[in-house]
Design a binder for this molecule. Structure first.
Ligand code: FAD
Length: 523
């Protein structure tokens, strides 16, 4: 739950820092609650109840689940493994403690297409570099086609389950309609932008794989953000155009499936199966075509999971590359605030941050640009940026206190999963992206290659439509000046825009970053 403590000086709903933070957190909870409501209905159709428990005490989650098993007289407990440190600890302690409750517990690999630990170098070590790993991952999938096989849908329970005293109240329980004590301020917008449930996820996937032009995510809010239409009816499908459109921020050239994949509304296996179908039954991975590139992104998701499983310190705020652990970071609140508000004076950075804050989602290119700006131009600690992403994005860490439990009454078996990654440690996709951008991770962007925001802007938003959409102060700026209004417009003209001057000078910032990375710990 999210509470905004409104003091006597806070009696407004606009431009309030605490309310903004509470609202962003509420966005994630809202997505989870909407999903749970749909899930509850789908399960009820199979006479399977959904139990929702909430807790403030992360450490007690496994005990609580086992106690519930005992209460329901369950004989077996099944869960999917999560490789993040806290989640792994919770599930492994449930497995090791289950016998005390008279329960048999088992954890299964599900989150990644290829289970972590099964792709290794010839001398049996985990890979820290993507390309050779990706080759082996592809080979592994070809040799083990069953890894893509769908799991069986749960069969329908006996209707008598509904009459059972122990379970009846579970069937009657209502998933809260909103986060208690706080309504998500832009709920309607979020609901349209990110409709919940597996069917919605499938629709987004099918639109991406099969639609020709138009919106991948055909919701009004997405249409509002589209800037430019990708293709037209006579053009190739989205997936065919993925290679050329994926880096253009004003186009909807990517699937926008990350919130669904992140929360498990759809499996990565299903995505690859559907992709295979569109390419004549052959799964291509690589850089040769749109479909192959998209499969590579799904493989990237697996890669970061494998890295996290092999080097758990990466999700405990530690750098993968130890030599950069003592790079000197800044902790400048004013600059961090400007970055979070999209007021850095660098239009592409500000546009991306504002998209993230409003939609709970940011384009991949935007993520790279803003992460690198934070860590190299501002030299702010990458963990601050990572945490902001986690809190603001619905494809980030769905930090929530809910635990859901599926009870399969007929077979007297209880399936348990935890919604909450508990937010102490971080999810892998974000962590991998942040460590890459800050040059601390596997396959890092070398520290001396620092994105220049202006040239990135010219490449990824050539006409400035994305910027004009998200930064209304710049809506009337014409031509190339949109990428760098402070230097490309006259002084007076710039002043009239009401847009901030750059908070840091690119060349100076670049040199500072180079010094600090070259000799970590010296400056
Ligand atoms: P598509 O291009 O359609 O890709 C399909 C799927 O592949 C994505 O949904 C995602 O599951 C996976 N994928 C794509 N790119 C990557 C990548 N670089 N690393 C890992 N998986 C990838 N992704 C998240 O899901 N959650 C995050 O919190 C997150 N934080 C990031 C932070 C930074 C600093 C960076 C650079 C990247 C981050 N990413 C994160 C990865 C990537 O930006 C998003 O997955 C992608 O933008 C989601 O859009 P999409 O679904 O349209 O992607």
């Amino acid at each position: 739950n999210v509470v905004h403590w409104m003091g006597m000086r806070d009696l407004r709903i606009e431009d309030s820092r605490a309310l903004e933070a509470a609202s962003q957190r509420a966005k994630q909870n809202d997505f989870v609650l909407r999903t749970l409501r749909i899930l509850q209905k789908e399960l009820a159709e199979l006479n399977i109840p959904l139990a929702i428990e909430s807790t403030d005490d992360r450490k007690s989650i496994s005990q609580r689940v086992l106690q519930k098993c005992k209460e329901w007289q369950a004989s077996d407990l099944f869960a999917n493994i999560e490789h993040e440190v806290d989640e792994l600890w919770q599930k492994s302690s449930a497995v090791s403690g289950a016998h005390e409750y008279g329960v048999h517990a088992e954890c299964l690999e599900d989150v990644y297409v290829v289970p972590p630990g099964s792709v290794k170098t010839n001398d049996g070590r985990p890979y820290g570099v993507f390309s050779p790993w990706n080759k082996k991952w592809t080979e592994h999938l070809r040799q083990n086609p069953d890894l893509l096989e769908p799991s069986e849908k749960p069969s329908e329970n006996d209707a008598s389950a509904r009459k059972d005293e122990k379970l009846r109240k579970l069937f009657d329980a209502k998933v809260p309609s909103s986060v208690k004590g706080f309504e998500c301020v832009d709920r309607e917008y979020m609901e349209k932008l990110w409709p919940a449930g597996t069917e919605s996820a499938r629709r987004v996937l099918q639109l991406f794989l099969n639609s020709k032009g138009g919106e991948v995510n055909p919701e009004p809010a997405a249409a509002e953000a589209k800037g430019k239409q990708v293709g037209s009816q006579d053009k190739a499908s989205k997936i065919a155009q993925y290679g050329s459109a994926r880096n253009l921020m004003s186009e909807h050239g990517t699937s926008r499936l990350s919130p669904y994949l992140s929360a498990g509304l759809i499996s990565a296996r299903e995505c690859l199966r559907a992709l295979k179908e569109t390419t004549g039954g052959k799964l291509q991975v690589g850089r040769d075509s749109g479909p192959a590139m998209w499969a590579t992104e799904i493989s990237f998701r697996d890669f970061y999971g494998h890295v996290l499983s092999a080097w758990p310190r990466v999700c405990m705020s530690r750098a993968y590359l130890r030599k950069y652990e003592n790079v000197k970071w800044e902790y400048n609140d004013e600059q961090f605030q400007a970055w979070k508000e999209g007021k850095t004076g660098y239009p592409i950075v500000d546009a991306a941050v504002r998209q993230g804050a409003k939609q709970g989602y940011m384009h991949n290119r935007g993520r790279m640009i803003v992460a690198m700006f934070l860590t190299k131009h501002l030299m702010l600690d990458w963990r601050m940026g990572e945490q902001w992403f986690m809190r603001s994005f619905i494809d980030g860490d769905l930090a929530s206190k809910y635990v859901w439990l599926l009870c399969d009454w007929k077979r007297s078996r209880h399936v348990v999963d935890s919604v909450s990654p508990c937010s102490k440690h971080f999810k892998n996709s974000s962590n991998g992206g942040w460590q890459w951008s800050a040059s601390l991770g596997t396959d890092p962007q070398p520290y001396f290659r620092i994105f220049a925001p202006t040239s990135q802007s010219e490449k990824s938003d050539p006409d400035g439509e994305y910027i004009r959409h998200w930064v209304p102060e710049l809506r009337n700026v014409k031509g190339k000046a949109i990428h760098e209004p402070f230097t490309r417009l006259g002084k007076e003209e710039f002043k009239k825009l009401g847009y901030p001057e750059p908070i840091v000078e690119h060349k100076w910032a670049r040199e500072r970053a180079l010094r600090r990375f070259k000799d970590p710990g010296t400056e």
